[in-house]
Design a protein around this ligand. Structure first.
Ligand SMILES: [Zn+2]
Length: 209
């Protein structure tokens, strides 16, 4: 499985394109916006987009999902149903954060702890990581030892918990139970900023040491 990051929106969100090298079928994780940029990277690699995955319902991650799903006829999987209130409220989020109007949607599949998601011939493991939002999930590919973790954990920081549904203690518990257990050598792609490894954060992240 291959991964590439496409920074999108004024929040420089790390939209991640991932694809199966055998089938060249791809999934886009968190298309917050800038759909033309996403489409051109898909084309550049000669891929067929087969689904949209969401880590959570915040506008910079989910804002482009409805339009992309409708225009390309793609299913949306994730996040966990705990984020339904964020997705139902996309219009208000646009106003609150100064985003262009977003098209509403309802995911075709809500995800839960232990679910699996298929991309071409590859399988991703789903882990439910509440705290930044109640329905936040992460996607882990065991073969490549790479996780796409949205706004749960960053290099040197963690997700904010001051927005509706945020819970600082739950976030720390999620990181310890669901991320640390992936293994120190696992690399992760956060929702913003540079990549890091689980081991590096476990040893140095000031919010968790
Ligand atoms: Zn967020």
């Amino acid at each position: 499985m291959k991964f590439t990051i496409i920074p999108v929106t004024s929040f420089e969100q790390n939209c991640t394109l991932m694809w199966c090298e055998q089938t060249l079928r791809a999934a886009v994780v968190d298309p917050g916006g800038d759909l033309e940029r996403i489409r051109s990277v898909v084309e550049e690699h000669g891929l067929v987009l087969e689904k949209i995955l969401l880590t959570h319902g915040h506008i910079d991650h989910a804002g482009g999902a409805g339009e992309l799903a409708r225009s390309a006829g793609l299913p949306i999987e994730g996040p966990h149903i705990g984020d339904k209130f964020w997705i139902d409220d996309l219009a208000a989020q646009c106003a609150m954060f100064g985003f262009p109007p977003a098209e509403g949607f309802e995911p075709g599949r809500w995800l839960a702890q232990g679910d699996q998601v298929r991309v071409g011939g590859e399988v991703l493991e789903v882990r439910h990581c509440p705290g930044h939002t109640p329905g936040h999930v992460i996607y882990y590919h065991a073969g490549e030892r790479v996780a796409v973790v949205g706004d749960v954990l960053f290099k040197g920081s963690i997700g904010r918990t001051d927005l509706p549904g945020g819970d600082h203690a739950a976030l720390l518990a999620s990181i310890r139970a669901q991320l640390w257990t992936l293994g120190d050598e696992v690399e992760f792609i956060p929702g913003h900023g540079p990549l890091s490894t689980i081991g590096h954060e476990r040893a140095t992240n000031p919010f968790l040491t």
